[in-house]
Design a protein around this ligand. Sequence first.
Ligand code: SF4
Length: 74
Amino acid sequence: MALIDRVTVTAKHCDMIGQDVEFREERVYPSADFLRTHGNAYWVKSCGCTAAIRCNMAGIPCRWALNNPDSDRF
Ligand code: SF4
């Protein structure tokens, strides 16, 4: 059975919203057996900013708010 973990990759203060935010990855580890034989290999299922939904709803342009791929604030 696959194991899923959410890992904070980095944190920063985002000037666009004036708050501290985190960039997180959702990692999938295939199985405990796979880990034993292949080490810490994992698949990144998704990644994003903890404020992405709020920024998207407010129309703040950012790659991590999924409304401007050219603006990466991390
Ligand atoms: S989604 Fe982008 S603009 Fe919004 S807080 Fe995160 S990094 Fe900043």
